[in-house]
Design a protein around this ligand. Structure first.
Ligand code: NZQ
Ligand code: ZN
Length: 390
């Protein structure tokens, strides 16, 4: 078990009756608020009206930036930063899924730079230690952005999608009312659920120190939670227990509680961000297509016991196989979960993606080096994994 520091200052309000705390939380930071949201889901599910009415009742000055795209663009972030500079915004309020929250984080960072250009921060790999404060209202259980230090920003002109990180990007507060995710369509529910699942699998299990039992079991509990509740949320969108379990799993998967003593390689995430940078696909769907192929690619005598253990504990694969056969059964269980239970299309060809850009994507995913982890991948390996997904 490695040494680690745990520090997550995000205050989470979770449950049905939390929104009344929003004005106090905002006013503890400032009076001028930029409300950031996406393409309109919060107008349809009533959240927008609730925010407006709470702001009015507390005399909060609201400006708005709407239309944040899934896979948020640097140009939209820069628009928001310009509003902050012009209006002297004190706090950014993000209401939506990961894209909206990430956009708000990018705005918060860029607003404090001289030229307000987030892409300079992203492309220079700046670790953001100063930003406007962010408050997040989560509507999609998926990315963990509501509690983490990362924003993923896309530049479609250059086909780049890159993480911007920094301690100043952790929201000051997150509001998580599972009822605001009732309106999520089944496809987004499935994609979000698999994103949560993969945050655990990708960030930890195969790369970490497997002697830290407590952490392994917490990781497995989060993955089991997704496997149990995602299909229920898809078939019963207003099932509160299902939505609540997924929402808290989303936050737990990346809020660093599960990080202690582990190594991060994020192989599927590095590979998926290239897919959405080139083809603007939904992040969780890309992960679902990649994950079983990645597991098959890294399967060997060394990785098999860990893959088998995860298959047994998360999917109930039987005891008694050899490590390699058990690991194969585990990978089969992951595939079934992605493509049968969650109903996601299984290949890149299904998303009209061919091999044309695989080499450039693989080179970029490896950033000129490789992707570390138990199965260290170089650019040729990544290209082969993309080909397995066709
Ligand atoms: O734009 P609106 O109208 O809000 O609609 C969204 C969007 O069309 C809709 N939606 C969200 N909540 C809804 C809803 N529709 C109905 N009812 C609701 N309650 O769902 C669609 C997708 O939303 P989006 O925010 O894009 O999804 P998600 O939360 O999966 O975020 C994906 C983005 O986050 C990045 C991804 O790469 C992607 O860009 N990630 C961010 C991470 C982070 N900050 O740490 C880590 C992740 O690994 C991930 O990379
Ligand atoms: Zn993710």
């Amino acid at each position: 078990m490695n040494d680690f520091i745990f520090h997550n200052p995000d205050k989470v309000y979770f449950g049905k009756d939390i929104m009344k705390n929003l004005p106090t939380e905002l006013l503890s930071i400032g009076k001028k608020v930029l409300l950031v949201y996406g393409g309109g889901s919060i107008r349809k599910n009533g959240l927008y009206d609730e925010i407006i009415s709470l702001a009015k009742s507390a005399d909060i000055e609201l400006c708005e930036l709407s239309g944040v795209e899934p896979n948020p663009r640097h140009t939209t972030v820069n628009k928001g930063a310009a509003i902050c500079k012009e209006k002297g915004i004190d706090v950014i309020l993000a209401a939506g899924g990961g894209s909206t929250i990430d956009c708000a984080k990018g705005i918060a960072a860029a607003a404090l730079t001289d030229d307000g250009d987030v892409w300079k921060l992203v492309s220079n790999g700046v670790w953001v230690t100063e930003a406007l404060p962010i408050v997040a209202i989560l509507t999609n259980a998926a990315t963990g952005s509501e509690m983490d230090a990362w924003a993923v920003i896309s530049n479609m002109d250059t086909n780049e999608k890159i993480g911007l990180g920094g301690s100043a990007l952790i929201p000051k507060a997150a509001f998580e009312n599972p009822e605001y995710s009732f309106s999520l369509p089944a496809y987004q529910t499935a994609c979000g659920a698999f994103d949560i699942f993969n945050h655990v699998l990708d960030n930890y299990y195969f790369a970490g120190d497997a002697t830290f039992d407590m952490l392994l079991e917490m990781q497995e509990a989060v993955m089991r939670t997704v496997v149990k509740w995602a299909p229920i949320a898809m078939s019963e969108p207003e099932n509160y227990e299902a939505r609540a379990n997924l929402m808290w799993a989303s936050s737990m998967a990346l809020n660093t509680v599960l990080d202690g003593g582990t190594v991060h390689d994020c192989a599927c995430h590095m590979m998926e961000h290239e897919l959405s940078a080139y083809y603007d696909i939904t992040h969780g769907h890309g992960l679902a297509i990649l994950t079983p192929r990645w597991l098959s690619y890294i399967l060997n005598e060394e990785t098999a016991p860990a893959i088998y253990r995860f298959g047994k504990v998360v999917f109930g694969v039987s005891d008694g196989y050899s490590p390699i056969d058990g690991a194969k059964a585990a990978i089969e269980a992951v595939s079934k979960f992605c493509f049968e239970t969650l109903g996601l299309k299984p290949t890149l060809s299904d998303l009209s993606i061919d091999s044309k850009n695989f080499k450039a994507m693989a080179d970029h995913a490896c950033r000129g080096g490789g992707i570390n982890g138990i199965g260290k991948l170089n650019s040729c390996d990544v290209e082969k994994i993309y080909e397995m997904c066709l």
